[in-house]
Design a protein. Sequence first.
Length: 216
Amino acid sequence: MAKLKVAVLISGSGSNLQALIDMCAKDDAPAEITRVISNVENAYGLERAKQANIKTTVIDHKKYNGREAFEEALHQVLDSDKVDLICLAGFMRLLTDGFVQKWRDRLINIHPALLPSFKGLHTHERAIEAGVKFHGATVHYVRPAMDEGPIIVQAAVPVLPGDSANDLGARVLEQEHRIYPLALKLIAERKVRVSGEKVIYNGVENLDTASINPSA
Ligand code: GRF
C-alpha cells in the first residue's frame, strides 16, 4: 500500500511534529511527511524538519491580505505535493470554513484537553480551576467550529493535588506524543473511518485499549 502523504502545519516548538517524524522514520511506517509548513518564520519545528531532511515552507499570514489569501498560498503548496492528510500540530491560526470543508476527513488536530471539555486556549489552567480529576489530550478530525470533530484517540492523565499548569501540561504533553503518532498510524493503515460524525475502527486489535490511554 502506498504511504500516506502528510503535511504538518506548525507555529512553534514542534514537539508533536517530532513525535510524528519519529513514527514516520520507522522502516514499516505507513505514512511519510512530505512537508512541514509554518506560519512563523523562526518556529523551532522548522529545525526539527530540516534535521529529518523534510522540506519546509514558511507562509507568514501577516504578509497576506486576509485568511482566504493566506489559505490560497497554503493550498498551492499542499496541492503541488499531492498531500493526502494535513496534521495540525500546534498551528495557531484559525482556518476558514471553506478550507476545513475542502479537507473534510483529511485534516486532523491535537488538542491538549479531553474534548469536548476545555476547547480553546489555556486548557491546563482551566482544568485546574474547574477542579476536574482527569485531564488529557485528544486527536480529532477538524470541523469548522473550533476544537470540534470526530474523536480519533484520547488519553487521560490525573490532575494531582498541588499541580501547577506547567506540571499538568507536561503530563499531558507526554501523552500527546504517544497518541498523535498512533492516530496518524491508524489513519494511514486505513483502520479509521468517519460514520455519523463518529470514528469507527476496522481491524484494530485490542479495540478496548486502542483509543483510550493507548500504549504507543
Ligand atoms: C500542544 O500542546 C498541542 O496540543 C497544542 O499546541 C501545543 C503544541 O506543542 N495544539 P508543540 O509545538 O507540538 O510542542
